[in-house]
Design a protein around this ligand. Structure first.
Ligand SMILES: Cc1cc2nc3c(=O)[nH]c(=O)nc-3n(C[C@H](O)[C@H](O)[C@H](O)COP(=O)(O)O)c2cc1C
Length: 320
């Protein structure tokens, strides 16, 4: 049992280690100062080539913030959050202990089982009702979800192909991906071979090419029953990216609770020309943060194992 505010905050930051992040970079750092928990981006783990603006880094920090808040609520703490526009990205204040809500405890369980699933999806689509719940999850987190129509999915497929080609032509981008993907990943970061398909599924919209084959049996399926969506919002500054990450965290836990698999596809956001094309797809009413594939994974076969994480001491400092 956690007792003091500072212990509860440290435990929340610890649980947030499980949050998703681009290439599993875990580009965050937490400082516990009494009843306050500060979140900082860790530029040492930023993708300099694919994410020069830090959009995906801050978005990943937002997902970690979301997970920390879920864990804090589950441990029975009322909190307040401040999101200054610079660094720290967020300051969480533990206000007072309150009776833990079973709903929050359930969300903490979902946080522990959530993972990225790159297997082919089954022929069963995510229901309309579940898609609405995911969109509501994104709104609760502070962003919105646009589920693409079939003609837009075909446009997305072309866009992703172009983004993939552009990135694989670029030697520095290729080297960056290679530095974070494949193999065993004993350092606690990166995407291990066990999470990558042995063969990329034959889909209309291609999964990201990490440049290395993995060991995950991805199945024979297509993506005909998948939905593709754009997570988007009103602005394109760091506070907006942080909110987008919180929205991603909330949407993903909602999906996990409903047996839906989420696969982020960030390459079209990494390049200027495809990001502009995504924005046009949104009718220029919002700024695109991330593309998501939403589907139902095969419940008969085991999904990928969890990816590694940095140790507690590597991401959390408790200030005296
Ligand atoms: C902002 C962001 C972008 C991501 N982009 C991709 C992507 O383009 N392709 C992919 O296969 N996975 C992508 N992922 C999933 C990460 O690789 C994954 O979260 C990370 O490896 C940790 O694994 P886990 O989600 O299973 O815990 C992305 C995740 C985030 C948060």
């Amino acid at each position: 049992m956690t007792t003091t505010a500072s212990e509860a905050l440290a435990a929340a930051a610890d649980a947030a280690r499980l949050a998703p992040s681009v290439h599993n970079t875990q580009p965050w750092r937490w400082v516990v100062r009494g009843d306050r928990l500060e979140l900082y981006a860790e530029p040492g783990r930023q993708l300099r080539e694919q994410d020069a603006d830090g959009r995906l880094m801050v978005l990943s920090c937002g997902a970690a913030l979301h997970h920390a808040l879920v864990a804090l609520a589950a441990s029975g703490w009322k909190y307040e959050v401040d999101r200054p526009s610079g660094e720290p990205l967020a300051v969480v204040r533990a206000v007072e202990p309150v009776p833990a809500d079973p709903h929050d405890m359930h969300r903490l369980q979902l946080l522990r089982v959530r993972r990225t699933d790159r297997r082919a999806v089954t022929e069963e689509p995510v229901s309309e009702e579940a898609l609405d719940a995911l969109a509501a999850g994104a709104r609760r987190g502070g962003a919105r979800l646009h589920v693409l129509r079939h003609d837009q999915v075909l446009q997305l497929a072309v866009m992703i192909e172009h983004a993939g080609e552009a990135e694989s032509r670029d030697e520095r981008m290729r080297a960056e991906t290679a530095a974070w993907a494949g193999g065993e990943r004993t350092g606690g970061t990166g995407v291990p071979a066990t999470a990558l398909p042995a063969q990329r599924p034959l889909t209309t919209v291609a999964e990201r090419d990490f440049g290395v084959a993995g060991t995950l049996a991805a199945g024979e399926g297509h993506d005909a029953a998948a939905n593709y969506a754009i997570l988007y919002g009103d602005g394109d500054e760091r506070p907006d990216w942080l909110r987008a990450g919180e929205a991603l965290g909330e949407l993903w836990l909602t999906a996990t609770g409903r047996g839906a698999a989420v696969l982020p596809l960030s390459s079209p956001v990494e390049l200027e020309f495809t990001r502009a094309a995504l924005r046009r797809m949104l009718g220029e009413v919002g700024w695109p943060y991330l593309v998501l594939r939403l589907g139902v994974a095969d419940p008969e076969h085991a999904g990928p194992p969890h990816t590694p994480r940095l140790g507690t001491d590597e991401v959390i400092t408790v200030a005296e």
